[in-house]
Write a protein that binds this ligand. Structure first.
Ligand code: XMP
Length: 326
């Protein structure tokens, strides 16, 4: 276990020594690891760091704004924000197979990133938020989903094509240490203690074909659920239900069902709420959320998100169900 202030000083000195006066490029995803890596490297070398943030249009509500606010306004980091929503939606049109969607999103992500990276002629380094468990995992296995996940997350393949040296300042740290480091570097605790979010984002939380209309509805429903989880405190532990769950989100079902609103009949989409508790994400129990929390959430979603008239709660554990629906 590290003493954080000392660790920060040591890590900064090491980055400065490694990089010298060369320029560094970093793919910022908004996730904990790349965010902490960006904050640390920026503390060490300031404007020698340029981050590229690719918005695939499948992020959570206001996520892009929050990333820009945190890094550009608050920390003064140089960030290139690429809104590639149209491009991703175009490639995803007509595709409904989950693995096919993942492949498209991953491939497109690398392409957009590479295009931006190619413009930064002076970059000599590619920084990544690789953490210790990633190092172990990729050493242990070269097949399966876990590696596919990492290769997407860490924008695999880029060093070869761009001829960049790898800078991985979090390689020795476990997740909890990365979080402490993030807080020590001034990142907002809500960002650092956030639930994991898959690289393909809402792309795997919209069942079947992805459409912008669906993503817009899902984002709003999901944000209401997360807000209610954050605002509901469990009296026994004093913790919020957000902190008592490992992952929680809404899933968009492209199915219409009948409802009533005022004098009229509605025929609108359904969302499922998913909340799980797990220590390793390999197995997971569905969370026994308080009924009052579920009731407030469903009431708000149905009232506030026109286009959704029914909310269900997923009571499946993993295995045999997975955490995500795709
Ligand atoms: P499942 O659904 O397999 O999810 O039980 C286990 C954990 O992995 C995350 N997950 C992904 N993360 N790209 C990612 O970066 C993916 O394609 C992907 N699929 C699942 C999921 O959110 C959960 O934390």
């Amino acid at each position: 276990d590290w003493n954080m202030p000392d660790y920060v000083e040591t890590a900064i000195a090491r980055i400065r020594e490694q990089v010298g006066d060369e320029e560094v490029l970093l793919g910022l995803s908004g996730g904990v690891d790349s965010s902490v890596a960006a904050a640390l490297i920026h503390r060490a070398i300031g404007d020698q760091l340029t981050c590229v943030f690719v918005d695939h249009g499948l992020l959570r509500l206001n996520e892009a704004e929050q990333v820009m606010q945190t890094f550009v306004q608050n920390l003064g980091v140089r960030v290139i924000h690429v809104d590639a929503t149209e491009q991703f939606m175009g490639k995803l049109a007509g595709v409904s197979d989950p693995e096919a969607k993942r492949k498209i999103i991953g491939k497109e992500f690398v392409e957009v990133f590479q295009e931006e990276a190619g413009k930064l002629r002076n970059a000599r380094w590619l920084a990544q938020g690789t953490i210790y468990p990633d190092v172990i995992e990729s050493a242990a296995s070269k097949t399966g989903k876990a590696v596919a996940i990492k290769s997407h997350h860490n924008v695999g393949g880029l060093p070869d094509t761009l001829n960049l040296k790898l800078l991985e300042p979090l390689r020795e740290l476990f997740k909890d240490e990365v979080r402490k480091l993030g807080v020590a570097l001034g990142l907002p605790p809500e960002m650092v203690y956030r639930h994991p979010f898959p690289g393909p984002g809402l792309g795997v939380r919209i069942l079947g074909e992805v459409k912008k209309e669906y993503a817009d509805l899902l984002r709003r429903a999901d944000a209401i659920f997360i807000e209610e989880l954050r605002n509901t405190i469990d009296p026994e532990t004093g913790k919020s239900w957000y902190d008592l769950t490992s992952q929680a989100f809404a899933v968009f079902l492209p199915v219409k069902s009948v409802g009533v609103m005022g004098d009229g009949r509605t025929y609108d989409y359904v969302v499922a709420l998913r909340a799980v508790q797990t220590s390793d994400f390999m197995t997971a129990d569905w969370a026994e959320l308080p009924y009052a929390l579920l009731k407030r959430t469903s009431g708000r979603i149905i009232n506030e998100v026109r286009g959704i008239n029914r909310v269900t709660y997923d009571v499946s554990s993993k295995p045999p169900a997975t955490i995500e629906w795709e």
